[in-house]
Design a protein around this ligand. Structure first.
Ligand SMILES: [Zn+2]
Ligand SMILES: [Zn+2]
Length: 636
């Protein structure tokens, strides 16, 4: 056969000379496409650009713009890094080097830990090798041959990998004098690695096993072009500046202390104030929407946790204690007390829906390795509520929760995305119950007019749920709100109501949080606002600054007035230069500095200045109080 026909993604057919590669196909379509092509897909499988096409193949050309491109670019850049390391440190042994979500890494066995200077050298070598425009070529050989080859090279880790793989054949990718065991695909030439940066070094055990060799892991990132790389690096820099652990210390909001325990937050005055503001806001918003505030105990009898199933399924994450020979579990969730309130009376359909809200403090044993500032802690407070309603009411209740989330996130300035997780293979509850709950969640999603995704089969075994991920100022996603339907707890605790027909029926139970854990939400808020909290949230809203000691009596009187009116105000009457005091207040990110000089004393005024340096018109203390009250009321 001298000619083959291949099918393109749009369904059209294209004749090509036999023996043509994907690159030849791209070139036959246009010179621009040939230049942009980096790999291909044959019958849905990613392959190298120089792969020969068979007659009848379904082909797609992968360019730098394709969604699949980034992983190929990053994986090829990790090979480029390994080649550079071998060139600079011939004794280094290579192991594995995959692409990851933020870029790539490669683990090396070296006799000394890499230094930042080494990183620079490696990166320079990578540029040199990229410029050399080396061909990246695939070859296949038997496992025995491959073992032989890597043994000769002294690459023991590769030998182990091939032996463990147990395949007859393996593939090898070679560029210049560097060869790596790899499935591929890869870029056609090293010059296609155009935009990369090595970012950090870490220790990592071979195969994650702490009994085996400690390796040096070099992390890097790569993109299709320099502009994307730069934008990414800028975002990383900005995220570092906004890190809530760093700002938490600088703004004196909270701390952790080994003497107290890992993952347990200590709130300092300003952090505790911020928390209180959020909690007051939550109480008000819940009361407005027909929730009742309730409060359960911190420890509950072990038997109760057995009945709820937590003991069976969640014991490892719980703390237990014994009092008067009775076992108790510290609550990891707030549901049980809420059900006890429900059960404390005979309920009629006329009583429903009931919405119990609790700022519930829970403790969960998270592994030490996953603890991370305020984002992952062992003790935290959820804005938790349980809705108990009739099946008929579920639709409206779920809609109400999504509306609630929408309004609250709007106040904080967050966009968000929603995901519905449906019935998994293993589940409890009747088909009817699943159908009812899933359609209520789905209806509410449709009704919201916002985009959503469906994760088929990803729900909990006891009911479907909606996860809400908010998007912060740096376009990062944070899981906060969830809406979870539950068929097991009403069963286990035999919750009932008397329906209009006089029959006893099961209510539907919904667990839901809006902000989620307050700790985590504050961590997100700190990074979202970079510590520049809006006036309504700022733990300190204003600071009174004197120019000289002459103004102290007047400034003190103004300070007293503001504080009495509920403005969160502090003062700085030290005998320091005004510029110095302003800079300090700016570092504390206090929204308003109220400067008092002789002129202000004479006119009975304050001269407010915003933290970004903008001056406002001078005003009386009473006017300033009204101004702050208005900002608070309008969530400015
Ligand atoms: Zn590879
Ligand atoms: Zn719950």
């Amino acid at each position: 056969m001298n000619e083959i026909k291949v099918t393109l993604p749009d369904g059209s057919q294209r004749p090509l000379p036999a023996g043509s590669s994907i690159f030849d196909l791209a070139a036959s379509i246009g010179a621009g496409l040939a230049k942009a092509a980096i790999a291909g897909k044959i019958d849905g499988n990613l392959v190298d650009l120089n792969t020969t096409l068979a007659d009848g193949a379904k082909v797609e050309i992968i360019t730098e713009k394709s969604p699949e491109a980034l992983e190929i670019i990053r994986h090829s850049t990790s090979h480029l890094m390994a080649q550079a390391v071998k060139a600079l440190f011939p004794q280094a042994k290579v192991t594995i080097g995959p692409a990851i979500e933020t870029g790539f890494y490669y683990d090396f066995d070296v006799d000394h830990p890499f230094t930042p200077e080494d990183l620079e050298k490696i990166e320079a070598k990578m540029r040199e090798l990229a410029k050399a425009d080396l061909k990246i070529e695939r070859s296949e050989l038997s496992s025995a041959e491959a073992v032989e080859l890597f043994k000769k090279m002294g690459e023991d880790y590769k030998v182990e990998l091939i032996e463990d793989l147990g395949a007859d054949q393996v593939s090898l990718y070679t560029q210049g004098d560097f060869a790596d065991l790899c499935r591929g695909p890869h870029l056609p030439k090293t010059s296609f690695c155009k935009a990369f940066k090595l970012t950090s070094i870490a220790g990592a055990y071979w195969r994650g096993d702490e009994k085996r060799a400690m390796l040096q892991r070099v992390y890097g990132t790569a993109f299709a072009d320099k502009k994307e790389l730069e934008a990414y690096l800028e975002r990383i820099e900005e995220a570092k500046k906004r890190d809530h652990r760093k700002l938490g210390k600088e703004l004196d909001l909270f701390s952790f202390n080994d003497e107290v325990g890992a993952g347990l937050v200590i709130w300092h005055p300003k952090g505790a104030m911020l928390r209180t503001i959020l909690e007051d806001f939550e109480r008000k918003e819940h009361l407005k929407r027909g929730y009742d505030i309730v409060l359960g105990p911190q420890i509950l009898k072990t038997e109760l946790w057995q009945r709820s199933g937590h003991y069976e399924n969640y014991r490892e994450n719980m703390y237990f204690t014994t009092v008067d020979e009775q076992g108790y579990g510290v609550k990891p969730m707030n549901c049980l007390a809420h059900m006890m309130i429900y059960r404390s009376q005979l309920r009629s359909y006329r009583d429903l829906p009931l919405r119990y809200f609790e700022l519930g403090t829970v403790h969960r044993h998270e592994r030490a390795g996953v603890l991370h500032g305020l984002l992952r802690v062992r003790g935290f407070t959820q804005d938790d509520a349980h809705i108990l309603c009739t099946p008929d009411q579920l639709d409206a209740e779920i809609k109400g929760v999504i509306q609630f989330v929408t309004e609250v996130m709007g106040i904080f300035g967050f966009e968000f995305e929603m995901e519905l997780s449906t019935r998994p293979e293993k589940s409890i509850g009747s088909d009817d119950a699943w159908e009812l709950a899933t359609s209520a969640l789905l209806n509410a999603l449709k009704d919201s007019g916002r985009p959503y995704e469906i994760n088929e089969g990803d729900g909990a075994f006891y009911g479907p749920k909606i996860d809400i991920k908010l998007r912060d100022a740096l376009d990062r996603r944070w899981q906060c709100a969830t809406i979870q339907c539950d068929f097991t707890l009403p069963e286990r605790f035999d919750l009932t109501y008397v329906d209009a027909d006089g029959e006893k029926k099961r209510p539907v139970m919904v667990h839901r949080v809006i902000l989620g854990a307050i700790e985590r939400f504050i961590g997100v808020l700190i990074e979202h606002f970079a510590g520049n909290f809006p006036t309504w949230l700022a733990p300190v809203q204003a600071t009174v600054l004197t120019v000289t000691d002459n103004q102290i009596p007047y400034a003190q009187a103004a300070f007293d007035k503001l504080r009495a009116a509920g403005v969160r105000v502090q003062k700085d009457f030290r005998n320091e230069k005004l510029g110095f005091k302003i800079r300090e207040a700016q570092l504390q990110k206090i929204p308003y500095m109220l400067v008092v000089g002789d002129k202000e004393v004479e006119g009975g005024l304050l001269a407010p200045r915003f933290r970004d340096g903008k001056n406002l018109d001078a005003m009386t203390p009473e006017q300033f109080i009204a101004f702050i009250e208005n900002e608070v009321k309008t969530y400015k």
